[in-house]
Design a protein around this ligand. Structure first.
Ligand code: HEM
Length: 459
């Protein structure tokens, strides 16, 4: 009897293993297209509530898998990162930045990552810290008080100013900076749309949108090339910056990056780091403006450290600040959904997945799953100071910078940027907001559904 039961059990296990995740109900022809368009980000938690940890969704004839459980996130991004790789969905980004670190794959990626890792180590970060401080001081000195500001726009401009200053050491003048921010915005919006479209018109088709994108991209490239040339001509006079670090990077055979490769990496860092940091900072100040008690507590902490931050080793010097940054990224992870191509028939957890299909994991859902987080939708930075909570958290339950070998190379850079700006900002200001509610809008990154509006007050 026991043997029969155990045989039945094994057959049952095999049968469940052979299954794909449950199919999400949708339109006979279009699948889940309209639900995804209409509900946006909210489609994903709704699916998790309805079907559990995994689903098979469909857009038209193309089906794909979605996974929500932290163990699945870890399996996809970390344990099986050679099987689940970046694929077609990154083609749109390749139009923008060639094959830099963000978009390359295989041996080519491995070589690039080895060469670039040292830039984001202690020595590289300390060089970049000087530039981040310079940009923060200049930016904060220009902030207007006692009037409502489009804070999302401010953070977009600030992140770009930091990028340009730390990459090239020489700031653009304000007019050029505005043009650059405007052009970058056109490029990102265009690429976001193409990454989420079901069908895309070929890029060489001369429609208005393509012309606008191409000329914006060209202006960005030309501007960066000018900065590059300027840098090379003035080599030895400027203080050190990212461009120096990129030019000096070498592989095991002492080969350097070519001019084209340096350009691809600059674009890669700019695109991967600019909007992600800007929107994280928009959310950060919005959440704090809604909670004056947290603002007070943070200011006390920063005062106690004399608003000082001397080296990249000091990340973590202000634990409450760090907790607020983490809580912001838990609620609003810029990389809210991460897609991969499946290169061989394989499995994720108990589910089978098929070669050639696309799968995606969804940090946005895992970051708000009540199984791992109390009051998951509330802004409660203290949770990150509770070592018990952190100890019991599954590895894939908090992944704002992803995990595994393709994790974010710029994570410490962006944490430094957010920290240094906060120190400079709270030395002078507090802020309030009249906005009742700001919602989420998911493109490539998780944005606010309207600009965050804040009023600054001198302390
Ligand atoms: C708050 C800010 C940031 C967030 C939330 C963030 C998040 C992420 C995430 C989730 C990934 C994985 C993407 C995937 O696998 O599909 C990633 C990769 C990457 N990020 Fe960031 N990032 C941030 C800032 C930055 C900055 C400032 C830089 C550059 C200076 C940067 C450069 C990159 C690059 C190059 C990759 C690809 C790494 C590789 O594949 O080896 N990021 N980032």
């Amino acid at each position: 009897m026991t043997r029969v039961l155990s045989k039945l059990n094994i057959e049952f296990m095999n049968q469940t293993r052979l299954n794909s995740p449950p199919k999400a109900q949708g339109n006979l022809f279009l699948g889940n297209l309209f639900q995804m368009k209409d509900e946006g980000v909210h489609f994903y938690p709704r699916m998790a509530r309805l079907y559990g940890d995994a689903i098979t969704a469909r857009i038209g004839w193309k089906s794909f898998y979605l996974f929500f459980h932290p163990d699945h996130i870890k399996e996809v991004l970390q344990d099986k990162s050679d099987i689940y790789i970046k694929g077609d969905q990154y083609n749109q980004l390749r139009h923008l930045m060639g094959t830099g670190l963000l978009t390359s794959e295989g041996k080519d990626w491995e070589k690039q990552r080895r060469m670039l890792n040292p830039i984001f180590g202690k020595n590289g970060l300390d060089i970049l810290l000087v530039q981040i401080k310079k940009a923060s001081e200049q930016f904060v000195a220009r902030l207007e008080v006692e009037q409502e500001l489009d804070w999302s726009r401010k953070m977009f401009d600030f992140a770009l100013e930091v990028a340009v200053t730390s990459f090239f050491g020489s700031s653009l003048d304000p007019q050029k900076m505005d043009q650059m921010a405007h052009d970058m915005h056109i490029c990102m919006r265009f690429v976001s749309r193409r990454m989420t479209n079901l069908i895309n018109v070929p890029l060489n088709f001369p429609v208005q949108e393509h012309v606008e994108f191409k000329s914006a991209l060209k202006r960005v490239k030309t501007e960066i090339e000018k900065l590059y040339d300027n840098k090379v001509q003035n080599k030895g006079r400027d203080s050190k910056d990212m461009l120096d670090l990129l030019i000096a990077a070498e592989d095991e055979d002492k080969h350097n990056l070519s001019r084209e490769e340096v350009f691809d990496q600059v674009m890669s860092f700019l695109i991967a780091g600019h909007e992600t940091t800007a929107i994280t900072m928009s959310w950060f100040y919005y959440l704090l403006a809604k909670k004056p008690e947290y603002q007070e507590r943070l200011i006390k902490e920063l005062e106690s450290g004399d608003y000082k931050f001397e080296t990249s080793n000091e990340l973590g010097k202000y634990p409450f600040l760090e907790a607020i940054i983490n809580e912001t990224m838990r609620l609003y992870p810029a990389g809210w959904v991460i897609a991969r191509n499946i290169t061989e028939d394989n499995s994720v957890g108990q589910w089978n997945v098929k070669k050639g299909h696309v799968l995606a994991v969804c940090p946005y859902v895992a970051h708000r799953d009540p199984r791992w987080w109390n009051n998951p939708d509330d802004f409660m930075p203290e949770r990150f100071l509770d070592s018990e909570v952190m100890k019991n958290l599954p590895r894939g339950a908090f992944v704002p910078f992803s995990i595994g070998k393709r994790n974010c190379i710029g994570s410490r850079f962006s944490l430094m940027e957010i920290t240094v700006f906060a120190l400079e900002f709270f030395k002078h200001f507090k802020m309030t907001t009249m906005q009742k509610e700001v919602g989420v809008k998911g493109y490539v990154t998780l944005k606010t559904d309207r600009p965050v509006r804040l009023t600054l007050h001198k302390k």
